[in-house]
Design a protein around this ligand. Sequence first.
Ligand code: GLC
Length: 776
Amino acid sequence: METIVFGKLIDYSINENKVNLHFENYDAYIEFINKDIFRVYSCIKEKVKSFSIEELTTTPVSINIEKINASLKINADDISIIVHDNLKLDVYYKDVLICEDYKNERAPFIRHALELTESEEQKETSKKVSEGEGHKNNTNSYNHVIEVIKKHNPNNKYYGLGEKTGFLNKHGYEYEMWNTDEPSAHLEYFKSLYKSIPFYITLNADIAYGIFFDNTYRTFFDMGKENSDYIYFGADNGNLDYYFIVGPCIKGVVRKYVSLTGKTPLPKKKMLGIHQSRWSYGRNKRVDQIIEGYEKNNIPLDVMHLDIDYMDNYKVFTYNNERFDLPNDTAKWKEKGIDIVTIIDPGVKAEDNYFIYEEGKANNLFATQNGQLYHNRVWPGKSAYPDFTKEETRNWWAKNQHIMTNYGVAGIWNDMNEPASFDGPLPDDVEFANDGRPTNHLEIHNVYGHLMAKATYEGLKDTTNERPFVITRACYAGSQKYTTFWTGDNQSLWIHLQMAIPMLCNMSLSGLSFIGTDIGGFGADVTKELLIRWAEVGAFFPLCRNHASMLTRDQEPFAFDQETIDCYKKALDYRVELIPYYYDLFYNGELTGDPVLKPLIYNYQNDFNTHNLNDEFLIGDSILVSPVLEQGKTKKLVYLPKGNWYNKDENKIYKGENYYVIDAPLHICPTFIKCGSVIPTYPLSLHIENKDEIIFNIYLDEFKEISYNHLYDDGKSFDYRNNIYTLYNISISNDTINIDPVINNYKLYNKITLRIYSDNNIQEIITTGNKQIIKF
Ligand code: GLC
């Protein structure tokens, strides 16, 4: 493909925050969204509405321009951009060059093996020889219509890009954004999985900036694989449209990125609890047995997921009434403290007289090809695909959610929405109405899951008036406003447990905060040891769900032995205690955009030891988790960044900026609390309920004043957005603890327990929820 070339810069004009650039071959503009974000845009194809940025508000910035020979220098506050011919940009922040476009042609590395052969024909024969044994031959990436090439500085690190395999730092790898249903074992060289978040962060010395390439077609990101002098991103379709976000720290980039694409809303408290799933608990009796198993072993449980077999012949919005009795079953389970989430896939069974199919057909709500209804095959067999780009379809789908809530269902799990298809991929020319600007599958593929989740969220919100719980497999940038995410079909492999950490960390850096992987692994039979280690890590994931594939061995904790039960329970018990801490983190996330689970670089980017740290993460600012991720290991090399850190299992304080070898037998997941923190916890219980008591765990740090805000509300409605909540401020200085309900529009706790931790000593004080000052 021919890459477009802008040519010589001819002319420019300024229009408020926008600098219009007139090049020989194309026009473009640079628009300042505010003083830290600018957009680089050129309409190569046609004007489109962003699916991820629903409201773009700009703040006035004063721009001045200098002409430097054939280039322009645009100055706006701390950012300066030198615009060269061919729309090549050099970006300065406070006069420091932070990002330089690569001025030469791309120069991919050469695969010399094929040079042994002279002719094209011989090359093909050689390739076939290796393919004979089943080897897949790699080829270099071709040129793209749109290409933006950025110079790689040897110190640069790259993060983000959503849900990708591999490591925290993405340098040296190439990726594609094309939502992909991939059941085979996800490996480091995979270019795409279920989600497309065309956003990455560059950490250049101590300045971080992000680039969000808002193009929903298949996009390409080479993070320095083909040549170590540059990285590039590109597309073969759509427009050149990217946002350049100056942090100047990683935290700043993430916060500003979600200020564009949306923040994760505070979830229902119950959904932060323990989820158990498998493909499938196919009858109510089996669900009863699982709940009993949890009860008998005193292991906490909050939510059970019903996979595709609860349906009548995989027909969405139906259930199999020989195997389930809804809503009586859901009511019975609710009594026991268990909420039910059911799967809803997009594929609608093409069956006459099936009401969803009939309604969809009658109202033209499905995708078409050559004007005819398009079908492919998924679980129900021949199926139609709702056209979620159409407002009528989204409204219809949203309204259908009440069928599920009438069955007593508490949340919806959207799967197969890449969209997946068993009879080959959806052809490029499958048509979508796209709210008045008809387009095809190439443009819609990556936002199909996003739009489905959005319709589901809106439907649940309307019918329940509570915070909806939606979990999706496929998504696009911005889906975090509507849904939770899990990372699809991983396997019960140690490398998948290892990979879960950098994958989730990079999802967090890409704006997705409510995330988790299938604990224990989805495909293949898990071993006892792997299940325990996975539960120890997974108990910290924002979404904590054990899930397994059809015909794999039972994966519930009690399917193994007493040691498994004990270790698993220990991990989950701590999670249940930590619920108010997670809740505060989500609330804070809705306000600031900070993710719940974070790589250490989020807080310690100036510490080089954190730049490639793949096996540790933070929960909020105060909990550092450094799990065992290898079979047979009982010790862990732990890196602790700046500060003093309290080892939860040893009740001992370690000094940061050091590596330590920590004992970690099977029942221990090395976990450290930052001294100078307050962590709110609940007393242990088997199910999460809104409690009228709280424990504030105070981890003292010498001479350090501590202040912490804690939210107390009903845990499920949107009332908190109308200020109906109580906000406690807990502050500690010297030997005084100040408990202050600074906002009190909900209610006060009946009981507050203060637990004060110092090296080898825990002091406990029990008091009321009133405003008070306590000496200790
Ligand atoms: C897909 C999902 C998996 C689910 C299965 C059956 O493979 O990723 O989680 O269990 O479909 O619905």
